[in-house]
Design a protein around this ligand. Structure first.
Ligand SMILES: [Cu+2]
Length: 55
């Protein structure tokens, strides 16, 4: 399976299949946000979601 590695940034984490990691983010205001995987084909396969931030 082809893989794409991205360096860890302050707003992302890249891990290999089967690994677990975490990313802590503090939201500055309430709202609805959308997130998705940037690996080609993953968005279409469903690697995306929605966050509802309540104040
Ligand atoms: Cu993905």
């Amino acid at each position: 399976m082809p893989t794409m590695k991205m360096g860890d940034e302050t707003n992302s984490v890249s891990i290999d299949a089967g690994q677990t990691s975490s990313l802590i983010w503090t939201f500055s205001r309430p709202g609805t946000l959308y997130y998705a995987c940037h690996v080609p084909g993953h968005y279409a396969a469903g690697m995306q979601g929605q966050l509802d931030v309540h104040g």
